[in-house]
Ligand binder design. Structure first.
Ligand code: HEC
Length: 119
């Protein structure tokens, strides 16, 4: 096979992807109308307790890192693994510039985490 064809086959999809999709993003978040009841409840919790500082569905940073794709990456910014346990401790104890989130019902945290997993 001529080298040129091979190159084109490999390069064109990559270029297409860069030009039209912006490949530094992972897959898009699950559409809101596809959330199950637990995830939908988590979305409400997010709006109440997190949205004033964090973006969830895009990454136009407000005051804090966007949580888009937070569980799709292996590590958080801190270098800690992106696990339910670490995110729960960030919520309850705060982290760096982030104050602990007061008033959140611990029973709501699993729903909130379920929502964050859809991002
Ligand atoms: C008052 C603003 C504020 C609120 C409210 C807030 N955060 Fe944060 N959060 C921050 C800031 C600022 C950082 C970055 C801290 C740093 O790097 O020093 C952060 C960092 C994080 C991180 C680590 C991100 C990473 O990749 O390392 C997670 C996860 C997180 N917040 C989750 C939440 C969740 C979930 C809620 C709602 C329950 C929430 N935050 C509410 C300001 C906030």
């Amino acid at each position: 096979m001529p080298k040129k064809t091979l190159l084109l086959n490999a390069l064109l999809p990559a270029l297409f992807c860069l030009a039209f999709v912006g490949c530094h993003h992972g897959p898009p978040p699950m559409p809101l109308d596809q959330l199950n009841p637990q995830q939908a409840h988590g979305h409400q919790i997010f709006q109440t307790y997190c949205a004033q500082c964090h973006d969830d569905r895009d990454d136009d940073s407000l005051h804090a890192p966007a949580l888009l794709g937070v569980f799709k990456k292996p590590y958080l910014h801190s270098g800690a693994p992106a696990t339910d346990e670490h995110v729960t401790s960030i919520i309850e104890q705060g982290y760096g510039m982030m104050p602990p989130v007061r008033n959140i019902d611990p029973q709501d945290i699993p729903d909130l985490l379920a929502y964050l997993h859809t991002l």
